[in-house]
Design a protein around this ligand. Structure first.
Ligand code: ADP
Ligand code: MG
Length: 243
């Protein structure tokens, strides 16, 4: 479903991604963990060209781009295949929950408004916010805003959902409701790449866990082995500090 090879990115002298290779199968849930600054967000952002990689190939659901030969249409095409959920929700503040969810359906997918609204209500219901369709982001809690953002990501029926620390900006008491919604998406056989600090959650939902540090994938494996018997010193040290 997703294949990345030789993905590299630097900001000035800072080599943020060093030849990353990564494959994610259809319906696979992959959690990415690692210290702050290790390149996790940059990796996700490169996958839909929110950042422009220096080199490498990205293939999502049969659409392939070469970072050295990017075409104007590549970002649009990749964003049709993937949907991103950000740490800080990034909702349109002047649009209601429903309008946020259906924006891409109307603008990008050219769906007519009544059909988009039917689907939008269904998605809000799916994330437990059926009663908040007319609310503006400012009237919603952080957890509710993030659930709207997840509904918005699901709306375009992406081949893969990319979540970048979806709960790390939330007050502790709001984390659970968002994790519960993510859990329910996992149950629908979605392909997912999730950067998270929630280790027990990663352990529970992920088919595979990737540990990144300093722009490289240091180690990966099923949650049992990676958390239970990490092989690399870097991984042991990181897990030792977070548990
Ligand atoms: P993580 O998500 O693992 O915390 P990031 O991908 O956000 O790491 O950042 C990796 C490195 O890239 C950090 O050193 C960060 O300061 C740097 N970085 C990220 N985005 C930018 C940017 N737009 N300009 C310059 N440096 C950046
Ligand atoms: Mg990050």
């Amino acid at each position: 479903m997703l294949k990345v090879s030789g993905l590299s990115k630097h900001f000035g002298d800072n080599e943020v991604l060093k030849q990353i290779n990564l494959e994610v199968k259809r319906r696979e849930v992959v959690a990415i963990i690692g210290p702050s600054g290790s390149g996790k967000s940059t990796l996700l952002r490169c996958l839909n060209l929110l950042e422009t990689p220096d080199a490498g190939h990205i293939e999502i659901d049969g659409f392939e781009v070469d970072a050295r030969r990017l075409k104007k249409s590549d970002a649009y095409a990749l964003r049709q295949k993937s949907a991103m959920v950000f740490q800080h929700y990034n909702l349109f503040k002047n649009k209601t929950a429903l309008q946020n969810v259906i924006e891409a359906l109307i603008v990008t997918k050219k769906m007519n408004k009544p059909d988009a609204e039917v689907l939008g209500h269904k998605l809000l219901d799916q994330v437990g916010l059926a009663s908040k369709a007319s609310s503006y982001p400012a009237m919603l809690s952080g957890g509710q805003q993030q659930r709207v953002a997840i509904a918005r990501a699901l709306a375009v029926n992406p081949a893969v959902i990319l979540l970048d620390e979806p709960t790390s900006a939330l007050d502790p008491e709001l984390v659970g409701e968002v994790l519960q919604v993510i859990r329910s998406i996992v149950d629908t056989d979605t392909t997912m790449l999730i950067v998270t600090h929630e280790m027990s959650f990663a352990r529970e939902i992920a088919d595979r866990v990737i540990f990144m540090a300093d722009g490289s994938i240091i180690e990966e494996g099923d949650p049992q082995s990676l958390f239970g018997q990490p092989q690399q010193e870097r991984t042991k040290k990181f897990l030792g500090t977070v548990f």
